[in-house]
Write a protein that binds this ligand. Structure first.
Ligand SMILES: Cc1cc2nc3c(=O)[nH]c(=O)nc-3n(C[C@H](O)[C@H](O)[C@H](O)COP(=O)(O)OP(=O)(O)OC[C@H]3O[C@@H](n4cnc5c(N)ncnc54)[C@H](O)[C@@H]3O)c2cc1C
Ligand SMILES: NC(=O)c1ccc[n+]([C@@H]2O[C@H](COP(=O)([O-])OP(=O)(O)OC[C@H]3O[C@@H](n4cnc5c(N)ncnc54)[C@H](O)[C@@H]3O)[C@@H](O)[C@H]2O)c1
Length: 450
């Protein structure tokens, strides 16, 4: 293949790349997409989807315990991890098939290879094929990053978590962000004894502080050992196990597995973005403007490879809007990155949209009013489990516009979406007060706060 055979080349067949390819093809563009791995990228193969499956398994194990507590005769559950993985992977295989069928139906050329820039309008495949197009979309995502400490190679990363077929007995998780918190919750629920090593003084930096403190308390109740404010110095092998040395020089007990959840690095290097002069930021992230343009005309980037929010729906939305602009005759089309809702699949989950209380106070001072409610969800009260929910609304100004919603508790993952739409449309506290509650639910607490 040579010449400008295509209108668009997409490098990377993950969430953003596929969404961009499908939307461009729907506008009539001739599209090629390059992906050396499984279709769907991180989200489908080593991210959201298998993670949520494992979270559901962990959630079920807690529900079974609650069932026993309220009178069901259930023997202690035995979790066959390997059998569950077979169900999980079958689900994922169906997604691969569906993507392949959609690519075929839309006449999108899929090249199962890595691509690298050899010129500003040319992508060269691993086997030396050169493809040219006036528009190139970089959607190469990111990869897990290990800290630069001696023995780091003895640690695993989130990709490795999805190769497990049983719960390691003793696990250390390094990092207190999204992935650290999620892996810790799942492993503890499914039978591991988990220690978390967190550099900062709290979990989930950047989330509402009260919720993060409540989550830390929930995790302690649940048996997770938290080592906050702990910087690791090194790892070393002791037989089959791994020992951690902390900043004070103390050694941990040996662990069967150590997972690093210490952030991700952008895959801009592997596609040669630097070779054609694309501006990069810290961590190799590609700088993009509000329209997903890189610093080189005709080359765009979306998703985790950029310096924007690293979430699947964000990559998808940005790619679709970009293609509406480039091929769909909508010159102003761009993603509004404000007030993007997100959920951490912890136990219990956290849902968050808009400003935290701290951010709101820094921006709006005394004009901020916070409403909060703490309660035990009904199942947990019936089962006499200590798990509590904490919901917060952050409001601003005379009209009390809701600028932040923070929900920790059972169901928070499903409750948030509708309220996020309301926040985006400028909902006020009075609007919520005037909404009749749905009873008895956890969600009703959002409209009943006083
Ligand atoms: C453990 C984990 C859990 C997560 N959970 C959630 C969640 O619950 N909700 C959520 O919204 N987000 C979640 N995320 C984040 C989400 O997975 C990412 O934001 C999303 O996958 C980004 O999509 P993307 O298209 O930018 O990149 P990716 O999905 O990573 O796709 C990039 C693709 O590019 C390919 N590629 C790389 N280099 C090249 C090259 N040179 N040539 C061709 N192809 C190349 C890769 O093989 C990959 O398939 C999670 C992430 C992780 C790691
Ligand atoms: N539920 C979801 O939507 C979901 C789930 C997982 C991941 N994600 C996305 O993927 C991104 C990456 O997740 P992540 O958890 O890897 O990153 P993160 O930025 O959320 O957390 C990284 C953590 O590692 C710590 N850290 C960094 N370097 C360290 C070091 N050298 N030593 C000790 N600790 C160190 C940081 O302080 C932070 O607590 C997230 O920001 C999010 O956008 C989303």
């Amino acid at each position: 293949m040579s010449g400008t055979d295509f209108d668009l080349i997409v490098v990377g067949g993950g969430s953003g790349g596929l969404a961009g390819a499908f939307r461009a093809a729907a506008h009539g563009a001739r599209v090629a997409i390059l992906e050396p791995g499984e279709l769907g990228g991180t989200c489908v193969n080593v991210g959201c989807v298998p993670k949520k499956a494992m979270w559901l398994a962990a959630d079920l194990s807690q529900k079974i315990a609650a069932a026993a507590q309220v009178g069901f005769a259930v023997p202690p559950p035995q979790f066959d991890w390997r059998a569950f993985v077979a169900h999980r992977q079958r689900y994922i295989a169906n997604i691969h098939t569906s993507y392949q069928q959609r690519l075929d139906a839309n006449k999108i050329a899929l090249l199962r290879t890595r691509g690298c820039f050899s010129a500003k309008d040319t992508i060269e495949t691993d086997d030396g094929i050169r493809l040219r197009a006036p528009h190139i979309l970089i959607a190469t995502g990111g990869r897990p990053q290990r800290p630069d400490i001696p023995g780091a190679e003895y640690g695993l990363v989130s990709d490795d978590f999805f190769n497990l077929c049983s719960a390691p007995e003793r696990v250390a998780i390094v990092g207190g962000g999204y992935i650290g918190v999620e892996l810790a919750g799942v492993l503890q629920a499914l039978g591991s004894r988990v220690d978390m090593y967190v550099r900062g003084r709290r979990l989930l930096n950047g989330f509402d502080e009260e919720l993060s403190l409540q989550l830390a308390e929930d995790y302690r109740q649940y048996g997770v050992r938290l080592h906050l404010g702990c910087e690791l110095r090194s790892l070393r092998r002791e037989g089959e196990r791994v020992v951690l040395r902390d900043g004070a020089g103390g050694d941990s007990a040996p662990f069967d597995a150590v997972f690093f959840a210490t952030g991700r690095r952008a895959n801009s290097d592997v596609c040669g973005a630097n070779k054609v002069g694309i501006r990069l930021e810290a961590g190799g992230h590609i700088h993009v403007d509000d329209f997903q343009n890189t610093s080189v005309p005709g080359i765009y980037a979306v998703g985790d490879v950029t310096d924007r929010v690293a979430l699947t729906p964000v990559a998808i939305a940005a790619a679709r809007r970009l293609m509406d602009r480039v091929f769909g005759g909508k010159p102003d089309s761009k993603l509004d990155y404000a007030d993007i809702a997100t959920v951490v699949f912890s136990h219990p989950p956290i849902g968050h949209v808009g400003l935290t209380e701290e951010e709101a106070r820094a921006r709006h001072g005394d004009a901020v009013r916070v409403y909060r409610t703490g309660f035990r969800p009904m199942l947990h009260a019936l089962a006499d489990s200590p798990q509590r929910s904490l919901f917060k609304l952050v409001c601003v100004g005379e009209e009390e516009r809701v600028v932040g919603i923070h929900l920790l508790g059972e169901g928070a993952d499903e409750i948030l979406q509708g309220f996020a739409a309301a926040l985006k449309r400028g909902v006020t506290k009075r609007d919520l007060d005037e909404t009749v509650a749905i009873h008895p639910t956890s969600a009703e607490e959002v409209v009943l706060m006083r």
